[in-house]
Design a protein around this ligand. Structure first.
Ligand code: NAP
Length: 368
């Protein structure tokens, strides 16, 4: 999946992109923002990103306090700060957890089932537990040995399905090779499927006029980043790179639900650059370092990089560092907005899991 090669002219240095204070739903007050057409100037506190066909022609930094003060024209992408947004979301979740508890006595609960002893999975589970504690969500866990049976896993799922203190159940993937992932994920009650991987939730996501009870966390986090930066999706051309069940496919469905025109690119796609160059919004989830080069992007495109790929780095104490699928140095000179890796989509996944768990507790207890 991940490449260990990184071409020398492509780095994850964040120096070519600039930070833009994100737009929260409650407070819309950026210090600097991007406008491309005059109509964006009309509303200083709710700027909308009007994607342009030429960055150099349209991109202009404007002081939010004084929209008439056009200053510079440049070709540096704004950074979409996933760390900051995820912190905002966690704060919002924590406040809602308190409101729910004070009004009803209910404390949201998340159960995590871990099978086996993969170090990366153990780390993810530990981080999820810590994140729950930080926002006041109660954690439950079941750690099962690698050689346990599917029925044992299903028995634990069933207990959590019945436990009224548990509002969300997550089975840490990947499962050991001998297990049927579909059978296990289908065992999770659809009402507690906070990962959104139950076939019924995915099916509802795919169908017109239906809504899933939960949306998978990573793609939901990608869309949330677009919303929080007030980036329009409707009527835009979007390309999703990757078609996995957990990221690419649901990301494409979400973009389509938001009225983008969506194309999916995968490992068998011919001339991917030509297709990606048409896109106003690119979400990349291929797991291939440096796959997306600057000249694959339309000037002014918004780039959401989901990929997390280790690449050799002799200067790092660990001997490697993490990069995305997108050649950041090149892309940040072409794109209007870009997520860094790390610090972009990554932190959003756990924030969305907490948000889904809260949503579940509120729904089960009919709390608005
Ligand atoms: P996956 O299951 O391996 O799927 C990768 C997808 O990318 C497949 O659909 C594959 O196409 C496609 N692909 C592979 N090489 C390609 C290429 N050269 N050109 C175009 N498409 C290509 O991976 P995943 O689980 O979706 O994860 C993708 C990346 O996101 C990984 O780096 C992973 O670590 C990262 N990730 C991050 C988060 C987060 O929280 N930030 C969460 C989940 C995953 P085929 O279908 O044709 O094989």
């Amino acid at each position: 999946m991940a490449s260990t090669l990184l071409s020398p002219d492509c780095s994850t240095s964040a120096t070519t992109a600039r930070h833009l204070i994100p737009l929260t739903r409650k407070l819309l007050c950026p210090t600097t923002r991007l406008v491309s057409f005059e109509r964006c100037l009309s509303s200083p506190w709710t700027p909308s990103l009007c994607l342009s066909s030429s960055v150099s022609k349209y991109r202009t930094a404007v002081s939010a306090a004084d929209p008439s003060s056009m200053t510079t024209t440049d070709t540096t992408a704004n950074i979409i700060d996933g760390k900051l947004i995820s912190k905002q979301i966690k704060d919002e979740v924590a406040a809602e957890v308190v409101r729910l508890r004070e009004a009803t006595g209910v404390v949201p609960g998340l159960a995590v089932i871990l099978v086996g002893s993969r170090k990366d999975s153990q780390t993810y589970v530990r981080n999820k537990k810590k994140a729950c504690e930080a926002v006041g969500i109660k954690s439950f866990d079941a750690n099962l040995p690698e050689d346990c049976t599917e029925d044992e896993v299903l028995r634990h799922i069933e207990e959590f399905n019945k436990n009224p203190e548990v509002h969300g159940i997550l089975v840490q993937l990947p499962l050991p090779m001998h297990m049927n992932e579909e059978r296990i994920l289908t065992g999770v009650s659809i009402e507690k499927d906070v990962d959104g991987f139950h076939p019924l939730n995915i099916g509802r996501l795919a169908m017109q006029g239906r809504d899933p009870l939960f949306v998978p966390c990573t793609p939901k986090g990608c869309i949330e980043l677009l919303h929080r930066y007030n980036i329009d999706i409707k009527e835009k051309r979007a390309v999703v790179i990757g078609r996995s069940n957990i990221v690419g496919m649901p990301a494409a469905l979400l973009l389509q639900k938001a009225n983008a025109t969506v194309t999916m690119v995968h490992s068998k796609t011919m001339s991917p650059g030509e297709i990606i160059r048409q896109a106003d919004i690119v979400i990349s989830a291929a797991g291939v370092a440096n796959l997306v080069r600057g000249n694959w992007l339309k000037p002014g495109a918004v780039v959401i990089d989901v990929g997390i790929n280790p690449v050799d780095d002799a200067n790092s104490p660990r001997g490697y560092r993490l990069v995305g699928d997108v050649c950041y140095e090149e892309a940040s000179k072409v794109a209007s907005y870009i997520t860094p890796v790390p610090g972009g989509v990554g932190p959003m996944t756990i924030a969305m899991l907490l948000s889904n768990t809260l949503l579940s507790a509120k729904r089960i207890h009919n709390f608005k």
